[in-house]
Design a protein around this ligand. Structure first.
Ligand code: ADP
Ligand code: MG
Length: 261
């Protein structure tokens, strides 16, 4: 490549926003020469370089926008520790077809069994497929709503939370929801119904949802919409957080049944 052509190519790449190709042009041109790549192979490598960099940038940006409290993947989940979980069902959910179908996922179980981990892992899988995700704890949602109500911004918040294709609502059930919060949640779930997905985690089974909501009718209406197109994963098992303490015998195990002599 003579200097003039090289300069022109770099300026075209800049104008076309092909910065990754610009960065790698020298190296790839050299490799192409050594490897005697065809013109088509060279073009293929250039475009692949640009696209993979764009994809990595997009995933990083979407991960940042998702506001995960931590990032964990399904590969980091030890299914052997939690035998009540059907690994195949979780792997199926990780194909993220449920988001394409605007279905919901409810992860229920006691503290420490991996509900948040799994919710985030499904969020990470969704982002890998270019799906927008937003993670929010119910406690943070309540804080937000009370501030929004004072600033007369509830409508705007509803609009914002209706946008991401996948909304993760973590830790439903630790705090009771007042009437305003329940009404907001009802509107949110209705707004997203058949249009977007929700992953909801809760330490309460559906039967106990009456304790979370002051208004039973509203609780039933929210559950009705959430559950209509949904998968529920009921996790029964020990807390992963406390596994070392269990091993150390901090918790007394149930006595083993006595064998009859
Ligand atoms: P929950 O939301 O059900 O209270 P978390 O998902 O927050 O539980 O899990 C608590 C911690 O234990 C997290 O750091 C999580 O990554 C880890 N964890 C839970 N279950 C497993 C598991 N089966 N394999 C690997 N790590 C796990
Ligand atoms: Mg949790």
């Amino acid at each position: 490549m003579n200097d003039l052509v090289y300069e022109r190519v770099q300026s075209y790449l800049a104008r076309l926003n092909l910065s990754r190709i610009a960065d790698h042009l020298d190296l790839l041109a050299e490799e192409a020469g050594k490897g005697q790549w065809t013109y088509l192979e060279f073009l293929d490598r250039l475009l692949e370089t640009e696209l993979s960099a764009r994809y990595a940038r997009e995933v990083a940006m979407k991960t940042k926008l998702a506001h995960f409290p931590f990032v964990k993947t399904l590969d980091e989940f030890d299914f052997a520790f939690q035998p009540s979980i059907n690994e195949r069902q979780i792997r199926e959910l990780a194909t993220v077809r449920f988001v394409a179908n605007s279905e919901n996922v409810l992860l229920l179980g006691p503290p420490g069994v991996g509900k948040t981990h799994l919710a985030i892992a499904l969020g990470v899988a969704a982002i890998a497929q270019s799906i927008s995700v937003y993670f929010l704890t119910v406690a943070d949602l309540l804080d937000m709503l009370h501030r929004d109500a004072q600033d007369d911004r509830l409508g705007q918040r509803l609009h914002t939370l209706a946008k991401p294709k996948l909304l993760i609502l973590d830790e439903m059930g630790y705090f009771p929801l007042d009437r305003m919060a329940a009404q907001f949640l009802f509107q949110l779930v209705s707004r997203r119904y058949l249009k977007g997905s929700i992953i909801l985690t809760s330490n309460k089974s559906y039967g106990d949802w009456g304790d979370i909501f002051a208004d039973q009718v509203l609780a039933a209406a929210i559950l009705d919409r959430l559950l209509h197109h949904s998968t529920t994963v009921n996790i029964r098992g020990h807390s992963y957080r406390l596994r070392d303490k269990r091993k150390a015998g901090v918790f007394s195990e149930l006595p083993a049944p006595q064998k009859e002599q």
